[in-house]
Design a protein around this ligand. Structure first.
Ligand code: FRU
Length: 499
């Protein structure tokens, strides 16, 4: 019997150990339970706040409340108690606190704060009553988001609809007013509202019924983004919407670049649908509000997951869901028009180990086993396929098991293959390959990959194309290899940093 108990304990330890092994080291995950969308990303007084959709009672979606974490550097996070829990209504129903944003009401436009107090936070969220209604409500905090007061006259915006959600609010100095971007998910319609006090909202205009309409629309945000390179000192407005994926049936985010005149958003002409991230696991990303001027570019965090299988990912009994590394956003003019570029925030690099240069100007013919082993690192590769048909970069490899990044010269496609990445059969739609067109630049591919146990974030050509994916390796050898296809390739440089 004793033996039986001992082996049972061992087995349990093995399984919980296995589950723990999937927990990333430099991506934020909740200590326990379920998370989805980031909410209320806001900077105030030395702290970056990450509120998020959270189930305080379990590791599947439910009881939606706002969880809370803070960071001083956007790299390490401290988890705080739940900020906005779901709450009961007088008629016996419950209001869940769905996605939204937070702003610093430094001018006390809302009148919620004492005179002369410039550090009041106001959260604008969707009040969701299951099966009945969705409207926008507000709450305020005078102690840096630690405790909150619900506004007694909630909701502040109600169209009498069941699906109307995810408000994102910016300050529009030209009008001395707040502007809210909010969505009617089933109608593929974004609405813009204006308010002087965050309590009374007037409709400005609508935008919609274009772009990706393969799923519903959620979590919109309107944001001014600087243009890099040619046309410097300029900026354009970008409207981001969480919606469908290039591969039908999955979720992703799309964006439109255009102009906003204080009333209406007008997109530039675009021939293709523009996706923020081409992987399967980047959704509901929103920008930070009130960033200090030292940040020249807006910063976004997204939820790493896909509703297709989000409730089933095999991270064990304790936690489920993660957030991307904060990403800086900029625009660049390309032959096809303005395109979004994303890079991990520079602070992130500071905490990684010194650059470990693994290779420089190396010719590779066949398979090269990189002299590095690990499952949590920041890899930068500059590679020239020369006359080869393509090449592969195998990550988190143990024998046959690997996550494979492949470049195909003929099609100019970069693909991320997780069909043999480890656990894949927990959901029939998890296994698969993502492909994205990435032309070489002067014959070279620049690719940065953040590998973090079970998360792979790929930034190609300086962040012009990004792919974020979960993978669940089972064998943990953490090997890396690079292989040429057809003829030899040149690795201009390869460096790997660890956390
Ligand atoms: C997006 C979303 C939002 C909603 C929230 C609920 O992932 O569906 O539209 O507010 O999650 O948790």
């Amino acid at each position: 019997m004793k033996q039986l108990v001992a082996s049972f304990c061992l087995l349990m330890a093995f399984f919980s150990g296995l589950a723990q092994d999937f927990r990333p080291t430099f991506h934020y995950t909740p200590p326990k339970n379920w998370v989805n969308d980031p909410n209320g990303l806001v900077y105030l007084d030395g702290e970056y706040h990450l509120f998020y959709q959270y189930n305080p009672f379990g590791n599947k979606w439910g009881h939606m409340s706002w969880g809370h974490a803070v960071s001083k550097d956007l790299v390490t996070w401290e988890t705080l108690p739940v900020a906005l829990p779901e709450y009961p209504n007088t008629d016996g129903t419950t209001t869940m606190v769905f996605s939204g944003c937070a702003v610093v009401d430094s001018l006390n436009t809302s009148g919620f704060f004492e005179e002369g107090f410039h550090k009041g936070l106001v959260a604008i969220y969707t009040s969701h009553i299951e099966g009945k209604a969705q409207h926008q409500s507000i709450a305020y905090s005078s102690d840096k988001g630690r405790t909150w007061q619900l506004y007694e006259k909630n909701p502040v915006l109600d169209l009498g609809m069941k699906d109307f959600r995810d408000p994102n609010v910016i300050w529009y100095p030209e009008h001395n007013a707040w502007i809210m971007t909010v969505v009617k998910p089933l109608e593929y319609t974004v609405q813009f509202y204006e308010s002087k006090d965050l309590k009374t909202w007037a409709l400005l205009s609508e935008f919609g019924k274009q772009g990706d309409m393969t799923k519903i629309w959620e979590c919109p945000s309107l944001i001014k983004i600087p243009v890099e390179g040619k046309g410097k000192n300029q900026s354009k407005w970008v409207l981001m919407i969480s919606s469908g994926h290039r591969q039908k049936g999955y979720l992703a985010m799309q964006y439109f670049v255009g102009d906003f005149d204080g009333k209406q958003f007008t997109p530039q002409k675009q021939e293709e649908i523009l996706y923020v991230d081409e992987g399967k696991d980047f959704y509901a990303g929103i920008p930070f509000s009130n960033l200090p001027p030292k940040h020249k570019k807006p910063i976004m965090i997204g939820w790493i997951n896909d509703w297709e299988y989000a409730n089933d990912i095999p991270t064990g009994d304790t936690w489920r869901g993660a957030f991307s590394v904060p990403r800086e956003m900029s625009l660049r003019m390309t032959p096809n028009g303005y395109r979004l570029f994303q890079r991990p925030v520079p602070m992130f690099q500071k905490v990684m180990s010194k650059k470990a240069l693994v290779a420089k100007n190396a010719a590779i013919s066949g398979v090269w086993k990189v002299p590095f082993q690990g499952d949590s690192y920041d890899l930068l590769l500059v590679i020239q396929p020369q006359k080869a048909e393509g090449f592969t970069l195998r990550l988190l490899q143990s024998g046959e098991e690997a996550t494979v990044l492949r470049y195909d010269v003929a099609t100019q496609e970069l693909s991320l293959d997780r069909t043999k990445s480890g656990l894949t059969d927990f959901h029939r739609r998890f296994s698969g390959i993502d492909r994205v067109k990435v032309p070489l630049r002067k014959g070279k591919l620049y690719v940065r990959v953040l590998v973090d146990k079970s998360i792979v974030e790929v930034f190609a050509q300086g962040g012009e194309k990004v792919m974020t994916n979960w993978v669940f390796p089972t064998k943990n050898a953490g090997e890396i290899s690079i292989a040429s296809e057809g003829s030899s390739i040149k690795v201009n440089s390869l460096s790997i940093k660890t956390f």
